[in-house]
Design a binder for this molecule. Sequence first.
Ligand code: NCD
Length: 319
Amino acid sequence: MNSIKYSFFVADCMNPFYNRDVISVNDFSKDELELLFRYADKIGDMSKVERLELARGSILAYAFFEPSTRTRLGFEAAMLSIGGSTLGMLGSKSTSMEKGESIKDTIRVIDLYADIIVMRHYLDGSARFAAEIASHPLINAGSGMEEHPTQAMLDLYTIQKEKGSIDGLRIGIVGDLKYARTVYSLIYALDKYDVRLDLISPNELSIRKEYITNLKHQVYEHERLDDVINELDIIYVTRIQKERFPDEQEYMRVKGSYVIDKKILDNIKSDAIIMHPLPRIDEIKYEVDNDKRAAYFRQVKYGKDIKAALLALIINEYI
Ligand code: NCD
Protein backbone atom coordinates (compact mmCIF):
# COMPACT_ATOMS: atom_id res chain seq x y z
CA MET A 1 0.00 0.00 0.00
CA ASN A 2 1.14 3.51 -0.77
CA SER A 3 2.14 4.92 2.59
CA ILE A 4 2.80 8.53 1.53
CA LYS A 5 1.28 10.85 4.11
CA TYR A 6 -0.53 13.47 2.08
CA SER A 7 -0.79 16.96 3.43
CA PHE A 8 -3.09 19.49 1.89
CA PHE A 9 -1.25 22.27 3.46
CA VAL A 10 1.77 21.79 1.19
CA ALA A 11 1.08 23.78 -1.97
CA ASP A 12 2.10 21.29 -4.64
CA CYS A 13 1.40 17.91 -3.01
CA MET A 14 -0.11 15.18 -5.14
CA ASN A 15 -3.87 15.05 -4.90
CA PRO A 16 -4.94 11.40 -5.26
CA PHE A 17 -8.61 12.37 -5.75
CA TYR A 18 -8.04 14.57 -8.77
CA ASN A 19 -10.22 13.55 -11.73
CA ARG A 20 -11.02 10.23 -10.06
CA ASP A 21 -14.24 8.15 -10.10
CA VAL A 22 -15.76 7.17 -6.74
CA ILE A 23 -17.33 3.76 -7.30
CA SER A 24 -16.38 1.64 -4.28
CA VAL A 25 -14.96 2.65 -0.94
CA ASN A 26 -12.53 -0.23 -1.48
CA ASP A 27 -10.84 1.83 -4.19
CA PHE A 28 -9.53 4.22 -1.50
CA SER A 29 -6.79 3.63 1.06
CA LYS A 30 -7.01 4.61 4.71
CA ASP A 31 -4.47 7.40 4.05
CA GLU A 32 -6.66 8.75 1.27
CA LEU A 33 -9.79 8.67 3.42
CA GLU A 34 -7.95 10.51 6.19
CA LEU A 35 -6.74 13.11 3.75
CA LEU A 36 -10.37 13.64 2.70
CA PHE A 37 -11.35 14.11 6.35
CA ARG A 38 -8.54 16.64 6.90
CA TYR A 39 -9.61 18.54 3.82
CA ALA A 40 -13.25 18.54 4.99
CA ASP A 41 -11.99 20.12 8.24
CA LYS A 42 -10.10 22.70 6.22
CA ILE A 43 -13.13 23.53 4.08
CA GLY A 44 -15.20 23.88 7.26
CA ASP A 45 -12.75 26.55 8.46
CA MET A 46 -12.76 28.52 5.18
CA SER A 47 -14.67 31.74 4.74
CA LYS A 48 -17.68 31.67 2.40
CA VAL A 49 -15.77 33.73 -0.16
CA GLU A 50 -12.74 31.43 -0.10
CA ARG A 51 -14.95 28.35 -0.58
CA LEU A 52 -16.70 29.86 -3.58
CA GLU A 53 -13.43 29.81 -5.52
CA LEU A 54 -13.01 26.02 -5.27
CA ALA A 55 -15.37 25.01 -8.09
CA ARG A 56 -16.00 28.27 -9.89
CA GLY A 57 -17.12 27.52 -13.45
CA SER A 58 -17.59 23.77 -12.88
CA ILE A 59 -20.87 21.94 -13.45
CA LEU A 60 -22.14 18.94 -11.52
CA ALA A 61 -24.84 16.79 -13.12
CA TYR A 62 -26.90 14.39 -11.05
CA ALA A 63 -28.63 11.39 -12.58
CA PHE A 64 -30.85 9.75 -9.99
CA PHE A 65 -32.89 6.72 -10.98
CA GLU A 66 -34.05 6.10 -7.38
CA PRO A 67 -35.52 8.44 -4.75
CA SER A 68 -33.16 10.52 -2.64
CA THR A 69 -33.27 13.53 -0.33
CA ARG A 70 -29.92 13.94 1.43
CA THR A 71 -27.56 12.53 -1.15
CA ARG A 72 -28.91 14.53 -4.07
CA LEU A 73 -29.60 17.76 -2.19
CA GLY A 74 -26.38 17.30 -0.21
CA PHE A 75 -24.29 17.11 -3.38
CA GLU A 76 -26.15 20.07 -4.86
CA ALA A 77 -25.72 22.15 -1.71
CA ALA A 78 -22.06 21.15 -1.50
CA MET A 79 -21.38 22.07 -5.15
CA LEU A 80 -23.15 25.43 -4.80
CA SER A 81 -21.23 26.16 -1.59
CA ILE A 82 -17.91 25.82 -3.43
CA GLY A 83 -18.98 28.05 -6.31
CA GLY A 84 -20.06 25.47 -8.91
CA SER A 85 -23.41 24.95 -10.63
CA THR A 86 -25.71 21.94 -10.89
CA LEU A 87 -28.24 20.39 -13.26
CA GLY A 88 -29.78 16.97 -13.40
CA MET A 89 -32.52 14.41 -13.70
CA LEU A 90 -34.66 12.65 -11.10
CA GLY A 91 -36.04 9.41 -12.48
CA SER A 92 -36.23 8.57 -16.16
CA LYS A 93 -39.91 9.60 -16.64
CA SER A 94 -39.18 13.11 -17.92
CA THR A 95 -36.19 12.10 -20.07
CA SER A 96 -35.78 10.45 -23.46
CA MET A 97 -35.28 7.11 -21.69
CA GLU A 98 -39.09 7.10 -21.63
CA LYS A 99 -38.89 7.00 -25.46
CA GLY A 100 -36.46 4.09 -25.31
CA GLU A 101 -33.07 5.81 -25.17
CA SER A 102 -30.51 3.57 -23.48
CA ILE A 103 -28.75 4.40 -20.22
CA LYS A 104 -25.51 4.28 -22.20
CA ASP A 105 -26.58 7.12 -24.50
CA THR A 106 -28.12 9.02 -21.59
CA ILE A 107 -24.82 9.00 -19.68
CA ARG A 108 -22.92 9.92 -22.84
CA VAL A 109 -25.06 13.03 -23.24
CA ILE A 110 -24.92 14.05 -19.57
CA ASP A 111 -21.14 13.68 -19.82
CA LEU A 112 -21.13 16.37 -22.54
CA TYR A 113 -22.94 18.85 -20.28
CA ALA A 114 -21.05 18.38 -17.03
CA ASP A 115 -17.59 18.26 -15.43
CA ILE A 116 -18.59 15.73 -12.80
CA ILE A 117 -21.52 13.27 -12.55
CA VAL A 118 -23.26 11.92 -9.44
CA MET A 119 -25.39 8.86 -10.18
CA ARG A 120 -27.82 6.66 -8.22
CA HIS A 121 -29.30 3.59 -9.84
CA TYR A 122 -31.24 0.54 -8.67
CA LEU A 123 -28.93 -2.00 -10.36
CA ASP A 124 -25.74 -3.46 -8.91
CA GLY A 125 -22.82 -2.63 -11.20
CA SER A 126 -24.56 0.43 -12.65
CA ALA A 127 -22.01 2.93 -11.34
CA ARG A 128 -18.99 1.11 -12.71
CA PHE A 129 -20.75 0.64 -16.03
CA ALA A 130 -21.60 4.36 -16.27
CA ALA A 131 -18.07 5.38 -15.21
CA GLU A 132 -16.68 3.43 -18.15
CA ILE A 133 -18.90 5.41 -20.51
CA ALA A 134 -18.34 8.86 -19.02
CA SER A 135 -15.10 10.70 -19.68
CA HIS A 136 -15.63 12.91 -16.62
CA PRO A 137 -15.36 11.61 -13.06
CA LEU A 138 -18.44 9.77 -11.82
CA ILE A 139 -19.50 9.46 -8.18
CA ASN A 140 -21.59 6.47 -7.13
CA ALA A 141 -24.45 7.78 -4.99
CA GLY A 142 -25.87 4.28 -4.46
CA SER A 143 -25.77 1.31 -6.84
CA GLY A 144 -28.44 -1.31 -6.22
CA MET A 145 -27.79 -3.30 -3.04
CA GLU A 146 -24.08 -3.10 -3.65
CA GLU A 147 -22.48 0.09 -2.30
CA HIS A 148 -22.91 3.70 -1.30
CA PRO A 149 -19.30 4.85 -0.88
CA THR A 150 -19.85 8.53 -0.10
CA GLN A 151 -22.23 7.57 2.72
CA ALA A 152 -19.40 5.49 4.25
CA MET A 153 -16.99 8.41 3.86
CA LEU A 154 -19.34 10.72 5.73
CA ASP A 155 -20.11 8.01 8.31
CA LEU A 156 -16.42 7.62 9.14
CA TYR A 157 -15.95 11.38 9.23
CA THR A 158 -18.89 11.61 11.66
CA ILE A 159 -17.33 8.97 13.93
CA GLN A 160 -13.98 10.75 13.83
CA LYS A 161 -15.52 14.13 14.64
CA GLU A 162 -17.79 12.83 17.38
CA LYS A 163 -15.43 10.34 19.05
CA GLY A 164 -12.01 11.86 18.26
CA SER A 165 -10.77 8.72 16.48
CA ILE A 166 -12.08 5.54 14.88
CA ASP A 167 -9.50 2.99 16.05
CA GLY A 168 -10.34 1.14 19.24
CA LEU A 169 -14.12 1.54 19.02
CA ARG A 170 -16.79 -1.13 19.23
CA ILE A 171 -19.30 -0.51 16.48
CA GLY A 172 -22.70 -2.17 16.12
CA ILE A 173 -24.64 -2.07 12.85
CA VAL A 174 -28.32 -2.83 13.40
CA GLY A 175 -31.23 -3.70 11.13
CA ASP A 176 -31.36 -4.66 7.48
CA LEU A 177 -27.87 -5.94 6.78
CA LYS A 178 -28.94 -7.93 3.76
CA TYR A 179 -30.32 -5.24 1.46
CA ALA A 180 -28.87 -1.95 2.83
CA ARG A 181 -26.00 -0.88 0.57
CA THR A 182 -24.77 1.68 3.10
CA VAL A 183 -23.89 -1.26 5.37
CA TYR A 184 -21.55 -2.85 2.83
CA SER A 185 -19.63 0.37 2.13
CA LEU A 186 -19.44 1.06 5.87
CA ILE A 187 -18.10 -2.42 6.68
CA TYR A 188 -15.46 -2.18 3.92
CA ALA A 189 -14.36 1.26 5.13
CA LEU A 190 -14.23 0.24 8.81
CA ASP A 191 -12.17 -2.83 7.93
CA LYS A 192 -9.29 -0.42 7.22
CA TYR A 193 -9.34 0.51 10.93
CA ASP A 194 -8.78 -1.35 14.16
CA VAL A 195 -12.39 -1.73 15.34
CA ARG A 196 -14.62 -4.50 16.63
CA LEU A 197 -17.70 -4.88 14.46
CA ASP A 198 -20.96 -6.34 15.80
CA LEU A 199 -23.67 -7.03 13.22
CA ILE A 200 -27.19 -7.24 14.66
CA SER A 201 -30.05 -8.39 12.45
CA PRO A 202 -32.90 -10.88 12.24
CA ASN A 203 -31.67 -14.08 10.68
CA GLU A 204 -33.58 -13.34 7.44
CA LEU A 205 -31.75 -10.01 7.06
CA SER A 206 -28.23 -11.09 7.97
CA ILE A 207 -25.23 -9.90 6.01
CA ARG A 208 -24.68 -11.53 2.60
CA LYS A 209 -21.55 -13.53 3.47
CA GLU A 210 -20.23 -13.74 -0.07
CA TYR A 211 -19.71 -9.95 -0.03
CA ILE A 212 -17.52 -9.90 3.07
CA THR A 213 -15.11 -12.73 2.34
CA ASN A 214 -12.16 -10.37 1.86
CA LEU A 215 -12.39 -8.60 5.22
CA LYS A 216 -9.20 -8.48 7.30
CA HIS A 217 -11.09 -8.47 10.60
CA GLN A 218 -13.59 -10.92 12.03
CA VAL A 219 -17.16 -9.69 12.46
CA TYR A 220 -19.53 -10.83 15.24
CA GLU A 221 -23.17 -11.57 14.41
CA HIS A 222 -26.13 -11.36 16.79
CA GLU A 223 -29.90 -11.52 16.60
CA ARG A 224 -30.64 -9.81 19.94
CA LEU A 225 -29.69 -6.15 20.27
CA ASP A 226 -29.93 -6.47 24.08
CA ASP A 227 -26.95 -8.81 24.07
CA VAL A 228 -24.51 -6.10 22.99
CA ILE A 229 -26.12 -2.67 23.12
CA ASN A 230 -24.58 -1.65 26.45
CA GLU A 231 -21.06 -2.33 25.15
CA LEU A 232 -21.27 -0.37 21.89
CA ASP A 233 -19.56 2.98 21.23
CA ILE A 234 -21.44 3.45 17.96
CA ILE A 235 -24.96 2.20 17.33
CA TYR A 236 -25.49 2.47 13.58
CA VAL A 237 -29.17 1.86 12.80
CA THR A 238 -30.53 1.10 9.33
CA ARG A 239 -34.00 1.07 7.87
CA ILE A 240 -35.58 -2.15 6.61
CA GLN A 241 -35.33 -1.71 2.82
CA LYS A 242 -38.96 -2.43 1.95
CA GLU A 243 -38.50 -1.74 -1.76
CA ARG A 244 -35.86 -4.46 -2.14
CA PHE A 245 -38.00 -7.29 -0.75
CA PRO A 246 -39.24 -9.70 -3.41
CA ASP A 247 -42.31 -10.39 -1.26
CA GLU A 248 -44.29 -7.91 0.91
CA GLN A 249 -45.26 -10.68 3.38
CA GLU A 250 -41.60 -11.19 4.16
CA TYR A 251 -41.17 -7.47 4.83
CA MET A 252 -44.15 -7.47 7.20
CA ARG A 253 -42.54 -10.32 9.17
CA VAL A 254 -39.32 -8.40 9.93
CA LYS A 255 -40.73 -4.86 10.09
CA GLY A 256 -40.16 -3.30 13.51
CA SER A 257 -37.56 -5.91 14.52
CA TYR A 258 -35.51 -3.27 16.37
CA VAL A 259 -36.81 0.00 17.71
CA ILE A 260 -34.58 2.52 19.47
CA ASP A 261 -36.76 4.31 22.00
CA LYS A 262 -36.23 6.33 25.16
CA LYS A 263 -36.20 3.21 27.33
CA ILE A 264 -33.23 1.77 25.44
CA LEU A 265 -31.24 4.95 26.07
CA ASP A 266 -30.84 3.88 29.73
CA ASN A 267 -28.92 0.81 28.57
CA ILE A 268 -26.39 2.45 26.29
CA LYS A 269 -23.05 4.02 27.21
CA SER A 270 -23.22 7.66 28.23
CA ASP A 271 -20.71 8.58 25.50
CA ALA A 272 -22.06 6.27 22.79
CA ILE A 273 -23.55 7.80 19.65
CA ILE A 274 -26.53 6.70 17.58
CA MET A 275 -26.11 7.05 13.83
CA HIS A 276 -28.43 6.40 10.87
CA PRO A 277 -27.90 7.06 7.15
CA LEU A 278 -31.56 8.22 7.02
CA PRO A 279 -34.34 8.13 6.01
CA ARG A 280 -35.63 6.60 9.25
CA ILE A 281 -39.06 5.03 9.20
CA ASP A 282 -39.96 3.54 12.59
CA GLU A 283 -36.62 2.17 13.83
CA ILE A 284 -35.69 5.25 15.90
CA LYS A 285 -38.51 6.96 17.79
CA TYR A 286 -38.74 10.76 17.56
CA GLU A 287 -38.48 10.89 21.35
CA VAL A 288 -34.78 9.93 20.99
CA ASP A 289 -33.90 12.95 18.84
CA ASN A 290 -33.23 15.34 21.71
CA ASP A 291 -30.77 13.06 23.47
CA LYS A 292 -27.19 14.28 22.94
CA ARG A 293 -26.21 10.78 21.79
CA ALA A 294 -28.57 11.02 18.79
CA ALA A 295 -26.03 11.99 16.11
CA TYR A 296 -28.01 11.34 12.91
CA PHE A 297 -28.78 14.95 12.05
CA ARG A 298 -25.22 16.06 12.90
CA GLN A 299 -24.21 13.25 10.51
CA VAL A 300 -26.14 15.03 7.71
CA LYS A 301 -24.15 18.23 8.36
CA TYR A 302 -20.82 16.35 8.32
CA GLY A 303 -22.05 14.80 5.09
CA LYS A 304 -22.31 18.14 3.38
CA ASP A 305 -18.72 19.01 4.35
CA ILE A 306 -17.45 15.64 3.09
CA LYS A 307 -19.30 16.09 -0.21
CA ALA A 308 -17.87 19.59 -0.67
CA ALA A 309 -14.37 18.32 0.13
CA LEU A 310 -14.70 15.37 -2.23
CA LEU A 311 -15.95 17.53 -5.10
CA ALA A 312 -13.23 20.15 -4.56
CA LEU A 313 -10.53 17.47 -4.52
CA ILE A 314 -11.85 15.78 -7.65
CA ILE A 315 -12.13 19.10 -9.52
CA ASN A 316 -8.82 20.72 -8.52
CA GLU A 317 -5.48 19.06 -9.15
CA TYR A 318 -3.68 21.41 -6.78
CA ILE A 319 -5.38 22.76 -3.76
C1 NCD B 1 -29.53 5.41 1.90
C2 NCD B 1 -29.56 4.76 0.52
O1 NCD B 1 -30.08 5.33 -0.44
O2 NCD B 1 -29.01 3.69 0.43
N1 NCD B 1 -29.89 6.75 1.85
C3 NCD B 1 -28.92 7.70 1.93
O3 NCD B 1 -28.32 8.02 0.95
N2 NCD B 1 -28.63 8.21 3.13
C4 NCD B 1 -30.21 4.67 2.97
C5 NCD B 1 -31.59 4.14 2.76
O4 NCD B 1 -32.26 4.39 1.78
O5 NCD B 1 -32.02 3.42 3.68
